[in-house]
Design a protein around this ligand. Structure first.
Ligand code: 5GP
Length: 200
């Protein structure tokens, strides 16, 4: 039998590449250290400079990815810009069962799968103030070829169309503090009831 422990809250964050999702997520982890776990995904994409295996992603081969698919090891999986991405099922479900809140930072197709299989999850879509601004930010990052940037922009347009289907939409404009305040409120609202008594 269950010990009656409350389950953790599963947060699903999406938003186009370059929208500042990672920065907002990092701010949340900095403030709520120990109250939220990040699910590190597996991907067949090669690491970008500075990315660390096991921290940013588990960088695996296409063959390994297919093996995990066969073993039903992914809670969700999707292709994005020609690469495969997947969320480790056991890692996430074990933490939720232990009462730990978990955050997934995933694209829209995978998010749809999670939102369907775990309807109690809380979904948040991070939007750019405008498409032009997104393009500007993406080019400014300077880590990818023109062809890849074009592909990401095209994908971004398609992704943004899904924003209204999420529980919450946050515009990350010129004031990241304002966007973070909204995110923080959502986090507090959804986790307060399921966490232990607050520290005085
Ligand atoms: P990037 O290659 O820029 O790190 O990520 C590309 C996209 O894939 C981003 O939208 C990111 O949120 C998403 N992504 C990362 N991990 C996963 C995952 O496990 N599943 C899905 N569906 N998307 C993911």
């Amino acid at each position: 039998m269950h010990e009656g422990k409350k389950k953790g809250v599963l947060f699903v964050f999406s938003g186009p590449s370059g929208v500042g999702k990672g920065t907002l997520t990092q701010m949340l982890f900095n403030e709520f250290d120990g109250q939220l776990a990040y699910s590190v995904s597996a991907t067949t994409r090669p690491p970008r400079p500075g990315e660390v295996n096991g921290r940013d992603y588990f960088f695996i081969t296409r063959q390994e990815f297919e093996q995990r698919l066969e073993n039903n090891s992914f809670l969700e999986h999707a292709q994005f810009a020609g690469n495969d991405y997947g969320t480790p099922r056991d890692y996430v479900t074990n933490l939720l069962d232990q009462g730990v809140n978990v955050l997934l930072e995933i694209e829209v197709q995978g998010a749809l799968q999670v939102r369907k299989s775990m309807p109690q999850s809380v979904s948040v879509f991070i939007l750019p103030p405008s498409f032009e601004e997104l393009e500007h930010r993406l080019r400014g990052r300077g880590t990818e070829s023109e062809e890849k940037i074009e592909k990401r922009l095209e994908t971004a347009r398609k992704e943004i169309a899904y924003a209204p289907t999420y529980d919450y939409q946050i515009v990350n404009g010129s004031d990241i503090g304002a966007a973070y305040a909204q995110l923080r409120n959502i986090f507090l609202e959804k986790t307060q009831a399921s966490t232990a008594a607050p520290v005085a």
